[in-house]
Write a protein that binds this ligand. Structure first.
Ligand SMILES: [Zn+2]
Length: 256
């Protein structure tokens, strides 16, 4: 691959991913607290409004050494980790989808799931507003494909929905209710965006991922129940990437 072709993709991915992750973090913080996501950013400690220079992903955290410029209070390293993760996700999305309507479509999916995962980790809450927004994005994409075609939408999304409802019912039965209502909602979104086959594969992958994590989680003193959301989000993000889908088909060539 020549540098002139992939360098813009990397730059787009790093910048776009960093900002989208920063926004996902803001959504995960504000939506469960009933705050508007449109209000401009402010320091949660001193309330001082943040300027553009304070909002550059990763860089501003590093330059200010994780402290608010105005009051000096610590900004949690979570911001840095989430934004760096977002950059990796952005590069993966643009490297596989290019700068295209599909990149935007699946970008909304994976960064919406990132916001859900963060809210679930912090408060055991899957914000319904984010689920509904993702449903809206999917519907808009579906109608856009009908009209224009140049967007990749997973086949048989309604089958995806049905399969994931069945998988969620199974999960709730096996875990005796610990697979909660929020996980059902995430499953519905997975079914729509990934279609029945990859949604189910990602769901099983998430359970495999969650098993050892849940054991470690319970060993922590005072840990609450294990949140499934982040595992579902991580597996779904992987299976939103065509190379991962192709690799999976190569290893296990039995698609339904
Ligand atoms: Zn401050």
């Amino acid at each position: 691959m020549d540098i002139a072709r992939w360098l813009p993709l990397v730059v787009w991915g790093v910048i776009g991913g960093g900002f989208l992750a920063s926004f996902a973090s803001l959504v995960a913080w504000r939506v469960p607290r009933g705050q508007s996501v449109l209000r401009s950013s402010f320091c949660p400690t001193c309330g001082h409004g943040l300027g553009p220079i304070d909002l550059v992903p990763v860089m501003s955290w590093l330059l200010l050494r994780g402290r608010c410029r105005y009051c000096g209070s610590a900004i949690p390293p979570r911001e840095l980790v989430v934004e760096a993760l977002g950059m990796v996700m952005g590069v993966a999305m643009t490297a596989t989808w290019g700068v295209s309507p599909s990149a935007l479509f699946y970008g909304c999916f994976v960064f919406g799931l990132l916001a859900i995962a963060l809210a679930d980790l912090e408060r055991y809450e899957v914000p319904l507003a984010v689920i509904l927004a993702l449903g809206g994005v999917w519907l808009a994409g579906f109608l856009f494909v009908r009209a224009h075609g140049w967007l990749v939408v997973a086949p048989r999304p309604l089958w995806g929905l049905g399969v994931m409802l069945a998988a969620s019912a199974f999960g709730a039965l096996v875990t005796r209710g610990r697979y909660g209502g929020g996980d059902w909602l995430i499953g519905c979104v997975m079914g729509l965006f990934l279609g029945p086959y990859y949604a189910l594969v990602a769901w099983f992958g998430a359970n495999l991922l969650a098993l050892p994590l849940a054991v470690g989680w319970r060993r922590r003193a005072g840990a609450g129940p294990f949140p499934f959301g982040p595992a579902l989000a991580a597996a779904s993000t992987l299976f939103a990437l065509p190379p991962v889908q192709l690799f999976w088909l190569h290893v296990f060539p039995y698609q339904f």
